[in-house]
Design a protein around this ligand. Structure first.
Ligand code: PEP
Length: 257
């Protein structure tokens, strides 16, 4: 099945209510690009206000806790972000893995909790510079992804609708220089093969795999032309409607991934 390209903005720790106008502009532009699925993951504080106004875009969270509730000061559960209007959550982002010491096991537990709360999950994986330079990037990403996916009994039936994988090499995030299309093709092909192994031919072939790492309007079309790229997870360039929707426009040209 050919899925709509999926373009997701990760606003990270950027945005106060002053950014609501940008979210509105993204929503309005998304209504003119219906061939593309557009979503943003703002800080927790903006999930509800953006959800309340959005007509076209989906709103998501950048993380959630692995438990439903309890004595976890400062944390937010999957059910809470869903209640605020989030329909998806980004999990295992490298800034969570490195900045907060999140292990594969914790990411897996969070993904299980997110599915149980009815959320869609964007599961991130990616290697750092040292791993890339040692020639072990593919083995690392395969192992990381396998260990971060919940066990079969915690996966929802309509898995391809609910799970997206994002390949984000750490050395390309925020640097202005994305991975080469050859590197992206190799890794996305490996991730696709792993998903088919783990989830079966039908589901594994249908789960979208996003690329993330310095995607901009001027490099997006080349990245979207790579086999098995189903869209992009975008950081810096998602903060203005102009640049973010420039990427969505590049994705609205027909592509078969
Ligand atoms: C990210 O951190 O998810 C990301 C892709 O960032 P950027 O687009 O700024 O490289």
């Amino acid at each position: 099945m050919t899925r709509r390209p999926y373009i997701v903005g990760n606003w990270k720790m950027h945005g106060t209510r002053a950014m609501l106008s940008e979210a509105r502009a993204i929503d309005r532009a998304a209504q003119r690009h219906m061939k593309v699925e557009v979503a943003i993951a703002p800080p927790y504080t903006l999930i509800h206000p953006i959800h309340r106004e959005a007509e076209q875009i989906a709103v998501g969270a950048q993380d959630c806790h692995h438990e439903d509730s309890g004595a976890h000061t400062g944390d937010i559960s999957a059910a809470m972000v869903a209640d605020a209007g989030a329909s998806f959550v980004i999990l295992g982002h490298s800034e969570r893995r490195t900045g907060h010491g999140e292990s594969d096991a914790l990411v897996r537990a969070k993904a299980g909790a997110a599915f149980a709360a009815g959320l869609k999950v964007i599961l991130c994986c990616g290697e750092n510079t040292a791993t890339r330079e040692s020639g072990k990037a593919v083995a690392f990403v395969r192992k990381q992804l396998k260990a971060s996916l919940p066990p079969a009994e915690q996966l929802p039936a309509e898995l391809a609708e609910r799970l997206t994988v994002a390949y984000e090499p750490l050395w390309a995030i925020g640097t202005g220089t994305p991975a080469t299309t050859d590197d992206i093709a190799e890794m996305h092909g490996q991730i696709r093969a792993l998903l088919i192994d783990l989830l079966g031919a039908e589901q594994g072939a249908d789960v979208r795999i996003l690329y993330g790492g310095s995607v901009k309007p001027d490099n997006a079309a080349a990245i979207f032309a790579v086999p098995d790229v189903g869209g992009a997870l975008v950081g810096g360039a998602s903060l203005t409607a102009d640049s973010f929707m420039g990427i969505a426009l590049a994705a609205s040209e027909p592509f078969e991934n």
